[in-house]
Design a protein. Sequence first.
Length: 322
Amino acid sequence: METIVTVLLPTEERHRRLLESSAPHFSFRYTTPEAVTQEELYHTDVLIGNPPPQLLHGSPRLQWIQSNNAGVEPFLQPGVLHPNTLLTNATGAYGLAISEHMLGVLLEIFKKLHVYRDAQHLHQWKSLGWVRSIEGSTVLVLGMGDIGGEFGRRVKALGAHVIGVRRTDTRCPDYADEVHLTADLDRLLPLADVVAVTLPGTKETAGLLDRRRIGLMKPGAVVLNVGRGIVIDTEALCDALESGHLGGAGLDVTDPEPLPPDHRLWDIPNAVITPHISGFYHLPETLERIIQISASNLKAFAEGKPLRNIIDFSTGYRKLPS
């Protein structure tokens, strides 16, 4: 029986040539997440891209999904994938786009550019006081994968002291000054001028920054979140921003998401909110990287070799190389 590959990514002809040359004996079909049908998915062996999870229903024929996201929570829910289906993510594709977004938002808050934009809309020509510098600041990065690592590299180059936090492994890469385990978080939070969250949404990360831990943060600290909204207690964050305990928040993800139009977070002056757009394909290079990862994994799959970025269903993280 032929191996059928269904591709849900927005591909150009050069992308298709690359994918098809990676597995020349497979059959390819191209569609979109919006147009793909349940019947098509039931007759698919390899899926590249993110379909609506409810269409999968544990299809036993599906051998492998190459997600176009770094976070794959929807596919980890019971009954979505057959137990024998492999799942890989797109770690390595998003570090450039999202780390630059984080840096831009941090500078916006530190230099009060968002507040000056508000003053511009009011036609007000006036100084809004002191600003802050990344140089000499302490930046705590929760999650030192591709995105957290790329952000750490950028702020370190601008003179920050970078402290990384991981679930396991305290080896210190060149883009960090220190690396600690999640168990040390309570001790580290009071030290940080910036707390940058790049964590996926898992049982372990949900509510990690709760009201108590937000209270431990350094007065005036800025929180950035490009991971998942459930990592942070939204109401506690709002209270800390409104009271002045925190100096600002740059949020590309929220809980709930989408953020309801009447939520008070919209109107907090030091909250900079973007609608989960730091990744996706807004930077064209991101799609190019996803195609490259997909083609490399497709070649390995066709040759019976190990795949890159295999997800451990018990943790929601990539499996560590053996």
